[in-house]
Write a protein that binds this ligand. Structure first.
Ligand SMILES: [Zn+2]
Length: 585
């Protein structure tokens, strides 16, 4: 189902950073290999295992030896992660290539499961080292906390379940990647159909919306089956680890040390009170401007004055050259980094059949370079995605790894820092339209984040729910957080709307991060409206800290408070409203 609300259209296409699933690395680890043989490709277990043996057998009783060992362990983890990233990238670029699929499955079936117990063994070794408690706190406290948390949660019997889960996620990708329709005289991917949502011709919009909804419903039962199996697997993993339910497991596994499920539930309520009314008011303005009553789901992305869609670029090359100029104007060094990525071929931007949906930035952990994956079709959303993933890529150059809540500050922050420089893509009233869409998207994002997050709180604290209860709960959340569009005649599409959110399948409980990070990014933007140069300096300094500090310190370094309560949310939404009021409709 497309476009349940404007935010959902955007949020559903939001990016995903692939999970690395291996040991954390100190942010300060060197680039050049010092442990794994330079040039060695860790593409099968026989090549990997000797390195684990060496680490297992090394004496780490002294502080210096332990520090060296942690760096080497981080390097091994990075080299293995890079192999997995490479196979994941290649598979998502062509999900219908059996060799790529086999290579990725080989990694998740034959390499990852063998690494996990060995990582656990090394993690235990670390916690038992007499030197662990005496390492320099500033540099190692976060890493040490992370390792201890992993040790506490690890269960040998979960390794096979995680492999099973990863294979189900791959099936979800394959089903999604194969979804195409005949429309407008040619076979098109669903991301390609997104273009029609902005067409002034209402009947054309309706037909495009309907054909997409019908196509998705064809796979609804298959996806229900995959999801049922995922929920069962996840609940079992939680029980195995001594957790009450998968929510508790996921919070511990995602190392959410700085917030609780209750904080998330409070955030849902704050969004309901503060943002949902603003979001519905925008839709009422839309309904009046368009003179349509009721507003239908295919009316949510069209221009308010019936102007033709913004077409900010025609080809991937044009997108790259324009976005390079935007980045150079935000910060000359960042612009240079983007040009380097482009020259080195770290971009796969255009939508085509067989490509997995969505967009993401992946990090090649060992060689420390980013990769950006997108399904660009020439719409404004693509410009935003490109800038967003660019923010992640700059983070990758600045530091090796970082918690997701802050990683999304890097990307959303970059979207907002770039907002005043979009004249590279748009002129005159097109520029105002682009800014309006982007600012409205911020307001629409929060209700969608609350919807997806609240849905998962329900699913995993009620692991025995039936498919019917799942649908009903979804629909109740849509009434609580959704917009005013009328879905009459398309009730099935509405009820299965959650299936288009890939995070639910592939990265459970990864969504609240977008809300938390958006609030960080809005604070960076508020600072930049005062003093662009100073705000960008702090942003870059914070990125360079990687994952070496707890979240509140990373946010503080960027000039933001780590807080997603109503007290922080309300004034930022007001700021967005004020900026919107300056723009013509
Ligand atoms: Zn992102």
């Amino acid at each position: 189902m497309p476009d349940a609300c404007p935010g959902s259209a955007n949020a559903a296409r939001a990016d995903r950073r692939p999970e690395q699933g291996v040991a954390p690395q100190p942010a300060c680890a060197a680039y050049a290999r010092q442990f794994v043989e330079p040039g060695a490709v860790l593409n099968d277990w026989a090549r990997i295992e000797p390195y684990y043996d060496l680490l297992r057998d090394r004496n780490i009783d002294e502080g210096d030896a332990l520090e060296r060992w942690l760096v080497d362990y981080g390097e091994l983890a990075a080299c293995i992660a890079e192999e997995g990233t490479d196979r994941h990238v290649k598979m998502t670029c062509q999900t219908d290539d059996p060799d790529r699929k086999a290579a990725f499955l080989d990694f998740i079936e034959n390499i990852e499961p063998k690494c996990k117990p060995r990582n656990h063994e090394l993690n235990v070794k670390h916690t038992q080292s007499p030197a662990a408690g005496a390492l320099p706190k500033q540099r190692y406290r976060v890493l040490d906390r992370s390792i201890r948390s992993q040790v506490a949660l690890f269960r040998e019997e979960n390794v096979a379940l995680e492999t099973e889960e990863a294979k189900l996620a791959q099936q979800y990708q394959q089903i999604s990647g194969a979804q195409t329709v005949e429309f407008d005289g040619r076979e098109q991917t669903l991301p390609q159909l997104a273009r029609y949502a902005e067409e002034a011709d209402r009947e054309l919009r309706r037909r495009a919306w309907e054909v997409e909804a019908e196509r998705r419903l064809k796979d609804a039962e298959a996806l229900e089956e995959i999801f049922d199996r995922m929920v069962r697997l996840r609940h079992q993993m939680a029980l195995n680890a001594g957790c009450a339910d998968y929510r508790e497991f996921a919070f511990r596994n995602r190392q959410r040390f700085d917030y609780t499920p209750q904080d998330c539930l409070a955030f849902h309520e704050a969004v309901e009170r503060t943002v949902v009314p603003a979001s519905r008011a925008l839709e009422r303005t839309r309904r009046e401007a368009l003179g349509l009553d009721p507003l239908r789901p295919w009316d949510l992305d069209v221009d308010l004055k019936g102007r033709p869609p913004l077409r900010p670029f025609a080809t991937a090359d044009e997108l790259c050259s324009k976005v390079s100029k935007v980045f150079h104007r935000v910060d000359a060094e960042l612009g240079g980094q983007f040009d380097e990525m482009h020259e080195q071929g770290y971009l796969d931007l255009e939508s085509r059949k067989g490509k997995a949906p969505g967009g993401y930035q992946a990090t090649y952990e060992a060689s420390r370079h980013p990769f950006i994956f997108m399904n660009a079709v020439g719409v404004q959303w693509d410009v935003r995605t490109m800038i967003h993933e660019g923010g992640h890529a700059f983070h990758c150059y600045a530091a090796r790894s970082s918690p997701i809540e802050f990683a999304e500050v890097a990307s959303f922050g970059m979207e907002l820092l770039a907002l005043g420089r979009l004249d590279e893509f748009y002129r005159g009233d097109e520029l105002a339209r682009a800014k309006r869409t982007q600012l409205e998207g911020i307001i629409d994002l929060f209700p969608w984040v609350a919807t997806i997050d609240a849905f998962q709180h329900f699913l995993y604290t009620h692991p025995d729910h039936t498919r019917k209860q799942r649908r009903e709960h979804w629909l109740a959340l849509r009434r609580r957080f959704g917009g005013i569009a009328d879905y009459s005649g398309y009730e099935e599409a509405l009820a299965y709307g959650w299936q288009r959110q890939l995070h639910l399948f592939e990265v459970p409980f990864y969504y609240i991060e977008y809300g938390i990070a958006k609030l960080g990014a809005l604070q960076v933007w508020r600072n930049a409206l005062e003093d662009h140069g100073a705000a960008v300096r702090r942003y870059r300094q914070a990125l360079a800290l990687g994952g070496s500090r707890p979240l509140p310190e990373l946010f503080a370094a960027a000039g933001a408070a780590f807080d997603f309560s109503e007290g922080t949310l309300a004034p930022l939404i007001e700021l967005v409203q004020q900026e919107l009021d300056k723009l013509p409709l």
